[in-house]
Design a protein around this ligand. Structure first.
Ligand code: SF4
Length: 357
């Protein structure tokens, strides 16, 4: 792991992004933003899952006007996602959002950029410049031949220069392509050019299965090089999965802690209980815990006792039975059908007592 890149710190509402702030996990609502009740309900579920910044699409004025009531009903920073129409950006700022995702080079005149920057500056609203391989400017596509990493970076720098020209530096940048190598190359390049915080992600990554792998590879490589201050995993699926996968990526690199870390063996010809079902149920049953409890669910006596002993809680299974370990000591021996309940009971009690310390 390379040390984290030193970036300028900005604030998205009450959340610091960049500098030495924890790498934050964000997502995007998938409801119609004009449906305030549905959008607020989805954000509440995401807050509960650990989402730290939420973005909502703003396709029209009615959506922009819904941002105020949404913002007043939630506890995490709200970002308005706007393309091209700067009047929507002004309306979103008026409605009290914490940040906007907007590319100022797309709005035609510098007077408009100036008006936008003034409105954002007055209300302490940060801007994410979000360059996307699928919507790159025509002249850059012609110059570079396609949406190459260099073209993505050139687009981002163009937007940055425009904001800087009006003295606005409260910004972060994303450069997203739908394939992993291009995304990585683009972020590596921009990281050498500016010290603004970077929002990282692989855009349109795919369904939950494929998108998780692509995001883990792409974001994992960038994070291991110290690149990335906030992330969003884009999945064709529930935003709750985006948040879960985001934390799993950060947890696997020891960059954040949230909720149980489960070690489980892959099973083999030695396994004599239904370990796949047990490990899956343990993961589901403990998903609500926020304490980073280490739980091992192991299939036999070969590696089981060692792993179970090293975890906060662990099971080393045998023939339709399992030994339950707590902080290195055996605390019980249970038949297979009682293992899940015994482990979950101990896990909830241990997580509660450790989080009080
Ligand atoms: Fe097989 Fe035992 Fe290893 Fe699990 S812990 S994979 S059951 S050898």
């Amino acid at each position: 792991m390379q040390p984290r890149r030193r970036t300028k710190q900005i604030w998205v509402g009450n959340l610091p992004v960049g500098g030495n702030a924890p790498i934050s996990v964000q997502s995007m609502t998938k409801t119609d933003t004009r449906d305030v009740a549905a959008t607020v309900a989805q954000i509440h579920a995401l807050q509960q899952a650990g989402c730290e910044i939420i973005r909502s699409a703003v396709p029209d004025l009615q959506a922009a006007k819904s941002l105020g009531p949404i913002k007043r009903s939630i506890a995490i920073p709200l970002v308005a996602d706007i393309h091209f129409d700067y009047t929507l950006a002004l309306q979103a700022i008026e409605q009290g959002v914490d940040a906007i995702r907007f590319n100022p080079g797309n709005i035609g005149s510098e007077d408009r950029v100036k008006a936008l920057v003034e409105a954002a500056g007055t209300r302490n609203v940060s801007i994410r410049i979000g360059v996307n391989g699928g919507s790159l400017e025509k002249d850059l596509l012609e110059k570079y031949g396609s949406s190459t990493p260099e073209a993505l970076v050139a687009s981002a720098l163009r937007h940055v220069e425009l904001l800087e020209k009006f003295g606005f530096t409260n910004l972060k940048i994303s450069l997203k392509a739908s394939d992993v190598p291009r995304t990585i190359a683009a972020y590596r390049l921009i990281a050498q050019r500016v010290d603004y915080p970077l929002h990282i992600g692989v855009t349109e990554a795919g369904t939950v299965n494929v998108g998780t792998v692509k995001s883990a590879v792409g974001l994992g490589i960038l994070l291991s090089e110290g690149i990335g201050d906030t992330l969003r995993v884009s999945l064709t699926g529930s935003p709750l999965d985006e948040v879960r996968v985001g934390y799993d990526i950060l947890k696997s690199l020891n960059l954040r802690q949230r909720g149980p870390v489960i070690t489980s063996c892959p099973t083999c010809g030695r396994t004599e209980i239904d370990l796949v079902a047990l490990a899956t149920q343990v993961e589901q049953r403990l998903a609500h815990l926020t304490y980073p409890l280490h739980v091992a669910v192991m299939g036999c006596v070969v590696n089981g006792p060692g792993e179970a002993r090293e975890a906060d809680l662990g099971i080393a299974a045998g023939k339709q039975i399992g030994l339950l370990f707590k902080q290195g000591e055996v605390v019980g021996k249970f038949p297979e059908h009682e293992l899940l309940e015994a482990l979950c009971r101990e896990a909830e009690a241990l997580a509660a007592s450790l989080s009080r310390k």
